[in-house]
Ligand binder design. Structure first.
Ligand SMILES: Nc1ncnc2c1ncn2[C@@H]1O[C@H](COP(=O)(O)OP(=O)(O)OP(=O)(O)O)[C@@H](O)[C@H]1O
Ligand SMILES: [Mg+2]
Length: 395
């Protein structure tokens, strides 16, 4: 009995297990804090981005079933910072804990060959493609399609690693060179795709809960350099509102058909001929949704946490008419925090997120977000802050 005369409440707190300790886990934790939700982390090392800030962190291998079992012990749900946890482990874990997104959905973010086949089956617009086991099949696709073509490993690629543009049959050996035909017990193949001469890339982000509630964020224009997302602009400039709504509906449909729980990011390419086709799917908070932390009523990270716990989802609406997010990539400046004085003095409204990662050339170490009404002005502010943080003091 407490001094106030009633039994002290037994507080039952939600606990979310996250496999993978990158910046996505760090930002999920950040979203969980004000909701009183505990996060338990399985990290790749003691110093990775999320392990620096989550007290309940252990270091271990996400490919080891016993390590994963210890991770989910005492938690309500398992979710992910990355898509590389082996499917057979997820099936095993699902016997004792909610796994969200589940293995049956996640496989379409893990395996680009299965994703292409499934999207084609759903009638979703995709580049022409062929799943190839041999160099000869890849050459045959290039000959029938016309060069150049794009080749991708079906599994294990990220940030453009595992994606090649092939200009002719003489290059068909490149994707097979050193290819491990098996990754974590799963078959790896080469997906050949029609080369899309795109005018720009877009991203459709939706969040779906197990009860079937879905929210769709406005469509973003995204810029990838060397396979790494460097910038997003939301809403995508010049995109016809009906077309944007159609893309949101498509993403909602994909999320429902695949049974996704949590964030689904649909990466899109807008070809110069006007076609918009699906590039790939991600089932976790996505770099092209980082703008939502400062630019939307509810961030993708909070909605992901809410979704995996089957809590009602929050509004995806914009806070300002234009939102630009620019990634901070490792550059000349090693001490990022030193630049904050200048960046904040220059722009009182700029939002800065640093991930605590050691600066290495080209590595994602943070992002900045600028909000406003004038696109050019908002872009200029985001560029200035990101470049200055990267060590370009003439920015
Ligand atoms: N069929 C295509 N035609 C032209 N460009 C393409 C095609 N497929 C992919 N690309 C380009 O390559 C980039 C990387 O491809 P993809 O997203 O499949 O690889 P990834 O390494 O898995 O990337 P991520 O970091 O998003 O996981 C795309 O963002 C796009 O710029
Ligand atoms: Mg991609």
């Amino acid at each position: 009995m407490s001094g106030l005369g009633y039994a002290s409440p037994v507080t039952r707190r939600y606990a979310v297990a996250i496999a993978g300790g990158g910046q996505l886990a760090r930002m999920m934790h950040q979203a969980a804090i004000p909701l009183g939700i505990d996060v338990k982390l399985l990290a790749e090392g003691p110093d990775v981005s999320a392990a620096q800030v989550i007290p309940d962190s252990t270091v271990g291998d996400y490919r080891d079933l016993d390590t994963l079992k210890a991770l989910v012990d005492g938690t309500d749900v398992l979710t992910f910072d990355h898509e590389h946890v082996p499917t057979r482990h997820l099936d095993e874990l699902a016997k004792t804990v909610a796994v969200r997104p589940g293995a049956a959905a996640l496989v379409f973010a893990q395996d680009k060959a299965l994703m292409r086949e499934r999207m084609a089956g759903l009638g979703v617009a995709c580049p022409a493609f062929a799943v190839c086991e041999t160099e000869a099949e890849l050459v045959a696709f290039g000959e029938s399609q016309g060069w150049p073509i794009i080749a991708k490993t079906s599994r294990g690629g990220y940030d453009g690693k595992g994606v090649w543009k092939l200009d002719g049959p003489g290059e068909a050996d490149i994707p097979f060179d050193g290819l491990k035909h098996e990754s974590a017990g799963e078959r790896v193949r080469i997906v050949a795709e029609e080369f899309i001469d795109f005018a720009r890339e877009l991203s459709a982000i939706v969040v779906r809960s197990p009860s079937g509630q879905v929210v769709a964020y406005p469509i973003s224009e995204t810029v990838q350099t060397d396979g790494i997302c460097v910038e997003t602009t939301t809403p995508a400039p010049g995109l016809d509102p009906d077309r944007a709504a159609g893309l949101q509906e498509m993403a909602i449909r994909i999320a429902g058909e695949l049974g996704v729980v949590g964030v689904l990011a649909v990466e899109l390419m807008e070809a110069r001929d006007g076609r918009i086709v699906v590039n790939e799917l991600a089932m976790r908070p996505h770099n092209t949704g980082h703008w939502t932390i400062d630019g939307a009523r509810t961030s993708q990270f909070e909605n992901h946490i809410r979704a995996v716990l089957d809590l009602p989802l929050g509004s995806p609406e914009l806070r300002d008419p234009v939102v630009v997010m620019t990634n901070v990539l490792g550059g000349a400046e090693e001490d990022l925090t030193e630049a904050l004085r200048h960046v904040f003095a220059r722009d009182r409204a700029i939002r800065v997120h640093l991930y605590g990662k050691e600066v290495k050339p080209g590595r994602k170490v943070g992002h900045v977000t600028a909000l406003g009404t004038d696109l050019d002005d908002v872009r200029r502010r985001a560029h200035h802050a990101a470049r200055y943080l990267m060590g370009d003091h003439d920015a």
